[in-house]
Design a protein around this ligand. Structure first.
Ligand code: ADP
Length: 339
């Protein structure tokens, strides 16, 4: 099995220093380099941004515009050295909440292997969900979030203006912590996405519904009553229905944010077996707070701490040969991981 190598997992391009703390650059604004100025200006409202921009010297304005142009054109070009074994390559990715006041992700660099299960682990609040949501641009509507850096999906930059959100969300589906079935029948929950994509033929829809429910190990439970309301199913069944709804669109990737945390152990076991089975066809990235679950179902594991990726490796190595003291402390259950 290909592993996330140390080189690809944690290195940073030599020429890129972390950008300045966006919350605290106001007084030094004019002294910053073009890159930091650009990200600082992005957090401002248009009028204030314009005032700040014109306060710069002519040369600084030119540098800033040149940086913006280069940044945009870099995002719109495919990544020529994208590794075929990967589905995502994340490079120098930073994220700030609240218009730059709170940085939640710091210089994230690692690869996600195609058709494998990758678990994201780490203490509560370390940025796992924040990171996961960026893989299908769940943050798109929140203008107070600022990101820097690149997320490459099959060689394309998902934050390029050329990349359509609809296309991305079709290829990268999401399953949430709590089951979120639509308030409609089991059948309609699954047929909803394909219908939205223009499929009208009843036989085709019937086949998609059956195949998706079979793939999600739910067909036997519901085949005699597909018109029953989805909300009549148990929590575990509802979660499998949500998985079936996602796979009806034949995604390349399924993102799962603690998909079993609201379920009992039996329902959890079913979802875990389903994840293992699905990974033949779909890449799965799962946030889990359960170390046991990560070990049972994932091929690779990424350990986050305080918004940073501390280690990324095969799950076996993460749990048997942790390299950093931070990961060793975490695996030993040391709550106060402050080193
Ligand atoms: P995890 O999934 O590891 O528990 P999160 O990604 O939910 O962590 O949170 C990472 C950090 O970002 C936390 O400090 C959290 O408080 C903060 N955060 C999460 N969502 C928001 C938000 N919408 N606005 C501001 N801060 C947020």
């Amino acid at each position: 099995m290909a592993e996330i190598t140390k080189k690809t997992a944690v290195t940073k391009p030599l020429n890129q220093e972390p950008i300045n703390d966006l919350a605290n650059v106001e007084s030094d604004f004019k002294k910053l380099d073009a890159r930091s100025q650009y990200y600082y200006l992005r957090k401002l409202k248009p009028f204030k941004r314009a005032v700040k921009f014109v306060s710069l010297s002519h040369q600084k304005q030119k540098d800033l515009l040149a940086f913006r142009k280069q940044n945009r054109s870099q995002k719109s070009k495919p990544k020529t050295d994208f590794n075929e074994e990967n589905i995502f390559e994340v490079r120098n990715f930073n994220l700030w909440y609240n218009n730059g006041d709170k940085q939640a992700l710091f210089d994230i660099n690692f690869d996600i292997k195609k058709n494998k299960v990758t678990a994201l682990i780490g203490p509560s609040g370390c940025g796992k969900s924040t990171f996961l949501r960026n893989l299908n641009r769940m943050h798109d509507l929140d203008n107070s979030i600022i990101t820097e850096g690149d997320i490459w999906f099959n060689g394309e930059n998902i934050n390029s203006k050329k990349y359509s959100l609809m296309e991305l969300r079709t290829k990268v589906g999401m399953v949430f912590q709590k089951p979120t079935p639509f308030n409609m029948s089991i059948y309609d929950n699954i047929a909803f996405g394909p219908k939205n994509h223009g499929i009208k033929d009843k036989n085709t829809l019937d086949n998609i519904v059956k195949e998706s429910l079979m793939d999600a190990a739910l067909w036997e439970d519901v085949k005699n009553d597909l018109q029953a309301p989805a909300t009549s199913l148990s929590g575990g069944q509802q979660q499998r229905l949500c998985i079936a709804r996602s796979i009806a669109l034949k995604p390349d990737v399924l993102l799962m944010d603690e998909p079993t945390s609201a379920l009992d152990p039996i329902a959890t076991g079913k979802i875990e077996r389903l994840i293992k089975k699905l990974s033949d066809k779909v890449t799965i990235v799962i946030v889990t707070h359960s170390m046991a679950q990560a070990q049972r179902i994932s091929d690779n594991t990424v350990f986050f701490l305080k918004g940073k990726v501390i280690e990324a490796n095969t799950t076996k190595k993460i749990f048997t040969r942790p390299k950093t003291k931070e990961l060793r402390h975490y695996l030993n259950g040391d709550e106060n991981n402050d080193q």
